[in-house]
Design a protein around this ligand. Structure first.
Ligand code: ATP
Ligand code: FE2
Length: 356
């Protein structure tokens, strides 16, 4: 059977196609997307929705060409139903209903966060992992216990990617900020100006509360430091000025070290609590090589295995929506057209997992 997935929770509109009869490593036969990017500022919900309306036909056409299929050949339509930005989700749901009605195909609504986990189980060897899910809007540590994907720790305010993007915006770096911040942090490690060549760590608040984290305070602190840096640029470029020696590079390095350490700490406690031996990474922020390095070290130290899907499956993608659609459809899940709406605020642990 052929499953078509539609992703539209935030900045990305994507179409993924899965062919069930092919072997595990070949099942994904198309994974096409078009994402909103900006030179300055973040994403505006209504503008992102306009973007999705503009690109949806072309993305669908490209995916079908890639898979060498026609819409008539598709058996099931899956779409991201929760959670996400209402404006954006609505476009995907409407697109899904339109195809389902026109071609008389069954519909499945899937949870975007769980899709990040399930695609990781498909494309890596992970079987029963703790998922460290770090994206723009979401920051959660998730594991399967008692028929549900339970959240063992999460952000109490903004998502970690959102934090990085806001920080990057303050530095004038554009959206998405993650890859640029990573590059500047790497520069601080590799060619920093201090004599002993150690990267300069700028002290920042460390915000772990039990199993949860928050980023608002760290962001405020960084904003103050950026203001300070911009106000006295010249003086701050010397190493004598150690009490407030901030550069773009040292701030990027210090921000990354701090928030990644917080996440690794919580992920490790979840592994210990659940007595699981696998850590799976998911979400756009998990593309970060420094984060991967820190997770790898932690896993090694406790005899666990780390799994990192290819970047294409870490960032928002529609292959994961098609794949979770397949798992749910096979477990008997099917939506009536009139029920195929959106659930922007549905949580990972609200969903009964019938397919495991
Ligand atoms: P979700 O809907 O799951 O919350 P999302 O819409 O935010 O996801 P993703 O593609 O999962 O989308 O993640 C985007 C985030 O990942 C952005 O905040 C971006 O800055 C961040 N990101 C991308 N690459 C890197 C990187 N190399 N290092 C750190 N962050 C990164
Ligand atoms: Fe995502």
């Amino acid at each position: 059977m052929i499953y078509l997935g539609i992703e539209s929770t935030a900045h990305t509109f994507g179409i993924g196609i899965v062919d069930d009869k092919l072997p595990k490593e070949k099942k994904i036969i198309a994974n096409v997307k078009d994402s909103v990017t900006t030179k300055t500022g973040g994403i505006i919900p209504a503008k992102a929705a306009d973007h999705h309306v503009e690109v949806c036909d072309a993305v669908l056409r490209n995916a079908l060409v890639k898979a060498n299929l026609k819409l008539e050949d598709v058996d099931v339509i899956a779409y991201s139903q929760s959670p996400g930005i209402g404006h954006c989700l609505r476009i995907g749901a409407m697109f899904a209903r339109t195809i389902a009605l026109k071609y008389n195909k069954p519909l499945v609504g899937v949870n975007h966060c769980i899709a990040h986990l399930e695609i990781g189980r498909l494309v890596t060897e992970a079987k029963d992992p703790v998922l460290l899910y770090l994206s723009g809007a979401n920051t959660q540590v998730i594991a399967y216990e008692g028929k549900k994907y339970r959240i063992f720790g999460e952000t109490l305010d903004i998502g970690i990617g959102n934090f990085i993007d806001c920080f990057a915006r303050e530095l004038g770096l554009g959206f998405p900020g993650g890859p640029i911040v990573e590059k500047l942090a790497r520069a601080e490690i590799e060619n920093n100006p201090t004599e002993n060549k150690t990267p300069h760590y700028v002290e920042l608040p460390y915000c772990v509360k039990g199993m949860d984290v928050n980023f608002g305070g760290i962001l405020t602190n960084l904003k103050q430091k950026i203001k300070h840096m911009n106000a006295h640029k010249k003086e701050h470029q010397t190493k004598e000025h150690t009490h407030c020696y901030y550069t773009k590079e040292s701030l990027c390095y210090s921000a990354q070290e701090t928030v990644f350490a917080m996440m690794v700490e919580v992920a490790e406690r979840a592994l210990a609590h659940c007595d699981k031996k696998e850590l799976l990474l998911g979400g756009g922020v998990a593309c970060n090589k420094r984060l991967q390095e820190m997770c790898e070290k932690m896993c090694k130290a406790r005899g666990a295995k780390m799994f990192v899907p290819a970047n294409e499956f870490l960032i928002d993608n529609a292959a994961m929506i098609a794949w979770l659609g397949l798992l749910q459809y096979k477990a008997g899940d099917k939506l009536k057209i009139e029920d195929a709406g959106i659930k922007p605020y549905l949580r990972t642990d609200d969903i009964d997992v019938a397919w495991r």
